[in-house]
Design a protein around this ligand. Sequence first.
Ligand SMILES: [Mn+2]
Length: 315
Amino acid sequence: MFTKFSVPIIENQNICIFRHSQPDGDAVCSQLALKAWIEQNFRDKTVKIMGHDLFDAYPYVDEVDDEFIKSSLAIVLDTANRERIDDDRYKLAKKVMKIDHHPVVDDFGDINIVNTRSAATAELLTILFLDGDVIGYRVNEECAKYLYAGILYDTQSFTTSNTSQWTLNAASSLAETGIDINQLYTKVFNKSLNSFNSATKIRQKLQYSDGVGYVIMNAEELSELGISPVEAKRCVSEFNNVDELKIWLIACEMAKGSFDISMRSKKDYVINELAASFNGGGHANACGIKGLSLAEVNNVIKEAISLVKTIDIKD
Ligand SMILES: [Mn+2]
């Protein structure tokens, strides 16, 4: 696998690293880690971080003109399908390499490196880099910091159902570089008092029915909270540890009458098919759906309730 990954990098002077729109911590940290790794191991290469939407904790992108992209290898990280790539100029690149851990729905790369058993793209990159380590490519502390943070984000600090022995092995190898584990945890999970207060209000809006928890926020309620819809959706993790909830979701009105859903579930309650039936997608226990009417949001909730019932009857 390392050869498939490294040869196109060796062959290209210029490299543009892309990610998905509305990026999460895994997407941006994977970009920064890959840039750090290439710059350390191939000092003559020029690497650019692509994207429009910023991620608060790591708000970094490069300004890149079309000519540069035309002379580049495009590496697209953490993105299952081409429609989600945050800058469609990836099409201009000489070659496209996809590196991802989502279920395969679109092999858009000329080269596709996908491992759905990885809990994070940052974990998959760690495994690739460690393979390279055997033949002399190194992971320095800067790169390790980004990889470790990316893994923390996607696994909610090693607690999601897809956290595995490979995740912990990867994290352990990264710890050997001397990274400050507590400092990274703090950087990833600490929040401002304002965010904390908003999360408290979102918790109070939880509605519950037959194993399903849900919060629906219209534009007015969101502006009262004083946080962005993207930030509000991230509060779905506030409900991670509620016993009674088998499936839980937050629906936020992103534009007039158009809701996006962020949905999570306990291990036995696989939701990606439910999400796919509303043109959404994601992992077995963590999915997103975009552009729903309020009526469709209510249908998702109904379907979730019947999914819980179906699975509970089987047990
Ligand atoms: Mn990811």
